[in-house]
Write a protein that binds this ligand. Structure first.
Ligand code: TXA
Ligand code: MG
Length: 522
């Protein structure tokens, strides 16, 4: 099919109106994003929208009207709250959901008994609806799953050859789709945040809830209030990772990553290739640019993109809602200590893995050293230990380690007692000193609870016989002694169940495995 490129002239809008009235598809600008429209009363035409976008048929469309009263035939009843919102806002980047009338077919409503209605304020959009003489059902004019188009050229990229026409009417003012609020239940619920904020709505109709899925992902078994919530959304080809960090920390982080692209704010001093989306303090500018920035990153061939986090308030909530989906909910939080926990069985090669991470620029914190430091001369831990395990474990103020070990490891109970005294102090020290990017090398990472400090954890494992050989060689001990030591260790199964990643050191290239894990984490 040849897709006609139309202008926003009166003549071209009349042509586009005829195409819609005749059952065709036309993409058109709105103040939010470009829409892909069909006659809302023509089931066959509406079905073509789903085909052109590759959209799942249970994800309903928004019906666009040109006059406030045009909503009346579309819904069962214009409730008082609906009327209040219409009077206060329409035309606006606001969509209202109400129980539908029998005029709305199943293709439009995705099989639901409600319908979403919006009156756009963009002049071209309004003129088109009037020219068509019918309400226009329209989702965003992108391929399903891709970022919404805010410029005509992005529509053409996705829809050329699949639809009858595109009205090329300039860039969209807001850049994120309309706020979707459901008035079908007791309390109004925001299903999708947009430029009309929660605060603005509450001023008119009182309490409004925000669906939990707006800022978080949905659990596998949850049913979606809005079918659009459950589908992959706004996803560019690049892997996006949101970085929660203030400007300087973000800059330092992103500038140290290899092969990275930055999705940042104007003025951020990054040295890697970057695309900006607005300024730090203007959520409206971020909204306007976010979708196009995502598409531009793909044009640049970005594979991995670190995005600076927007504020989640006001229109920022809408920006964050889109970005977190584009990032498939991946977030690195640099405002918390960012630690990668490293553990594993004795003799498996944890030390080697630590050295390798050090060579890659990570600071490696050794939990054994912390364990020594908390027992230094005059430390509170030392006095508790002497209380529990006997005064004679302290000689000239220093800890007699072999004696403590003998007593502490004489029974399970005593071992636990020792751990309950030292582990919290070690954790506290780690928490204080952890700096980014750091690895915490801890044999008892999980047993001590230190994994709770870590962003992700890696366990290094190796087959039994290999570990035995390594321990004997490394520590110059007999097979019997080595086996005793190994027996005190947790099983491979334990590490696999508790760690985020396992690295197997059995002759396979361990460096490559570590690089692959880092690729996943960072
Ligand atoms: O700004 C906008 O709203 C743009 C422009 C073109 O108007 N349109 C738009 O449509 O974003 P679309 O289809 O991309 O997003 C509509 C969202 C989807 O998440 C859909 O699941 C939800 O609204 N929706 C539509 N009807 C619904 C209904 N009856 N109940 C619950 N959610 C509904
Ligand atoms: Mg959409």
């Amino acid at each position: 099919m040849e897709t006609r490129l139309l202008s926003a002239s009166e003549y071209d809008i009349a042509v586009a109106g005829k195409i819609i009235a005749g059952g065709g598809l036309v993409a058109f600008p709105t103040e939010t994003v470009y829409g892909l429209g069909a006659n809302a009363f023509d089931e066959a035409a509406v079905k073509k929208i789903y085909a052109a976008k590759g959209r799942p048929s249970d994800n309903p469309l928004i019906v666009h009207i040109a006059e406030k009263e045009d909503i009346i035939p579309l819904v069962k009843e214009v409730t008082p709250k609906a009327k209040a919102l219409i009077d206060a806002f329409f035309p606006a980047p606001l969509t209202i959901i109400l129980p539908k009338s029998e005029k709305i077919g199943n293709a439009v409503s995705g099989g639901l008994d409600t319908v979403a209605v919006r009156m756009p304020q963009n002049k071209t959009a309004c003129a088109l609806i009037k020219a068509a003489g019918v309400p226009i059902a329209a989702p965003s004019a992108n391929t399903s799953g891709a970022p919404s188009p805010t410029k005509a050229k992005r529509v053409i990229e996705d829809m050329n050859g699949k639809i009858d026409a595109v009205i090329c009417g300039g860039d969209c003012d807001f850049g994120v789709e309309s706020t979707v609020v459901s008035l079908a239940g007791e309390v109004p619920v925001i299903l999708r945040p947009g430029a009309v904020t929660k605060e603005m709505l509450e001023e008119v109709i009182g309490k409004v809830e925000v669906s939990p899925a707006v800022l978080e992902g949905m659990a596998e078994n949850e049913t979606a209030a809005s079918p659009g919530m459950k589908y992959k959304h706004y996803a560019p080809k690049a892997k996006i990772i949101i970085v929660n960090a203030r400007r300087e920390r973000y800059e330092k982080f992103v500038n140290s990553r290899k092969n990275a692209f930055a999705l940042c704010f104007e003025g951020d001093k990054v040295t890697v290739p970057k695309v900006t989306y607005g300024t730090e303090n203007s959520d409206l500018s971020q909204a306007r640019e976010i979708f196009d920035a995502l598409r531009t990153l793909d044009d640049m061939g970005a594979k991995k993109v670190y995005a600076r986090i927007p504020k989640k308030t006001g229109v920022g909530m809408a920006v964050y809602n889109r970005l977190i989906r584009a990032a498939a909910f991946r977030i690195i939080d640099l405002e918390k200590p960012f630690l990668i926990g490293l553990t594993g069985q004795t003799g498996a090669g944890k030390g080697f893995a630590g050295e390798y991470l050090k060579s890659l620029g990570f600071i490696v914190l050794d939990a054994d050293i912390y364990a020594r430091r908390v027992c230094e001369k005059n430390s509170p831990v030392l006095s508790v230990l002497s209380e529990k395990f006997g005064n004679d474990i302290i000689v000239n103020g220093e800890l007699n380690r072999p004696l403590l070990a003998e007593r502490a490891f004489s029974s399970e109970k005593n071992t636990q007692l020792l751990n309950s005294i030292t582990h919290p102090a070690v954790l506290e020290l780690c928490r204080k000193e952890a700096v980014f990017p750091a690895v915490l090398d801890a044999p008892l990472l999980f047993e001590s609870g230190a994994d709770g400090l870590c962003y992700k954890t890696i366990a290094v494992l190796a087959p039994k016989e290999l570990r035995l050989e390594r321990i004997m060689r490394r520590d110059g001990i007999s097979e019997h002694e080595a086996r005793l030591r190994m027996r005190a260790q947790k099983s491979g199964k334990f590490y696999k169940e508790n760690s985020d990643f396992t690295v197997i050191n059995d002759g396979r290239d361990i460096k490559n495995q570590i690089l692959n894990v880092l690729e996943e984490i960072l």
